[in-house]
Design a protein around this ligand. Structure first.
Ligand SMILES: *[C@@H]1O[C@H](CO)[C@@H](O)[C@H](O)[C@H]1NC(C)=O
Ligand SMILES: *[C@@H]1O[C@H](CO)[C@@H](O)[C@H](O)[C@H]1NC(C)=O
Length: 337
């Protein structure tokens, strides 16, 4: 039964902005066990024993900040595995990507290394090709700009790069520690160009598919968004990017958003922070994460409309060298249900 069919049955309520939200329905079940934001800077991988002093814009305090990020990422990955997800919806800004469209990668496995001095750090995970196909078809039928991508006859292992490997390196370690299999994933490549309405709408539609299609609704799904904040924090002559005052302002809006719970009372303030304030200057901020954050916000909005509540767990925000990195999550608020 297709999601568009269900859309016709559940008459939809209109919202002030973005796509219509599903009407409230007590029979729906929330399949999401958690939503995580992971950074993907190489300095987070092994800051305690590797010497990063030749990294661009490395300065006094960089190592300690990198260690804090490392520990936060491991903690977040441990918390993620504790919720025992059986699928992970994973979003990356610079793996496979297109200029304006989302891409869903469909191949049995992906593998890669974190590159540069971190090429001995690797990650590998399986893709759930059935769910990827369903998600793509449903998103397309709701007029999102998305397509499925594969290679050859669809049996190849496709490569991962740092923005995928780094979060999954921590998740794999957590899975091994917990004695659990690494969950298969759906891989969503974010477009290069930022269209906030499209990002928010595709997020809402991903949640609708997860609520209305049994193949998703019966699962325990964790969402992992790979993304870094502004790259314009340093005036060090070794920084690969220029310094801009926008860096601090943009990162603060994103951090404010990440620290807010998501529920009926907070959603307006939350939308204002991420869609209006951060969104209004994202163009000048040199981030590589806003696309995933805006999509994630849309996903949460759809769930909040069903009266579900999500608690923010903020792990850390640091700028060890020239770019901002944040580790945060939202988990279902069980105390309120
Ligand atoms: C790290 O490497 C730099 C050279 O790249 C060296 O000057 C420094 O002493 C090293 N630090 C440690 C703690 O080994
Ligand atoms: C990669 O090599 C570095 C030494 O250069 C080492 O500290 C680190 O533990 C290695 N990482 C893995 C995952 O093997």
């Amino acid at each position: 039964m297709s999601f568009s069919f269900w859309l016709a049955i559940f008459c939809v309520t209109s919202s002030t902005n973005g796509l219509p939200l599903l009407e409230k329905n007590a029979d729906l079940r929330n399949p999401f066990v958690g939503f995580y934001v992971f950074p993907h800077g190489g300095v987070t991988l092994d800051p305690a024993s590797m010497n990063y002093s030749s990294e661009p814009a490395f300065k006094k305090g960089s190592q300690e900040k990198s260690i804090q990020l490392h520990d936060a990422m491991q903690q977040a990955a441990d918390d993620l595995m504790k919720s025992k997800p059986d699928r992970i919806i994973f979003s990356t800004p610079h793996g496979f990507h297109l200029t304006d469209n989302h891409v869903i990668v469909s191949t049995p496995t992906v593998y890669g290394t974190a590159g540069w001095i971190w090429s001995n750090f690797t990650a590998e995970f399986d893709i759930d090709m059935d769910l990827s196909g369903i998600l793509n078809a449903e998103l397309q039928s709701a007029n999102n700009h998305v397509d499925l991508m594969t290679l050859g006859v669809g049996h190849e292992t496709l490569p991962l790069l740092w923005a995928e490997v780094i979060p999954w390196y921590f998740i794999r370690k957590a899975a091994i520690k917990a004695g659990l299999p690494l969950p298969p994933a759906l891989y969503i490549g974010q477009p290069t160009n930022v269209n906030i309405d499209n990002l928010r709408n595709i997020g809402r539609d991903i949640s609708k598919v997860a609520l209305l299609r049994k193949e998703f609704a019966d699962r325990k799904i964790a969402v992992v968004i790979s993304g870094d904040l502004s790259h314009y924090h340093s005036n060090d002559k070794n920084s690969p990017y220029p310094y801009s005052l926008v860096s601090k302002v943009f990162d603060e809006f994103v951090v404010n958003w990440a620290k807010m719970d998501m529920n009926a009372e907070t959603e307006d303030a939350s939308s204002k922070e991420i869609l209006e304030k951060a969104g209004g200057i994202q163009n000048e901020a040199g981030h590589c994460g806003y696309t995933g954050f805006a999509m994630l916000h849309g996903m949460l909005e759809e769930l909040v409309h069903q009266d579900w509540r999500f608690k923010s767990h903020f792990y850390t925000y640091q700028v060890p060298t020239y770019f901002g990195m944040m580790v945060s999550s939202w988990l279902p608020d069980v105390s309120s249900s």
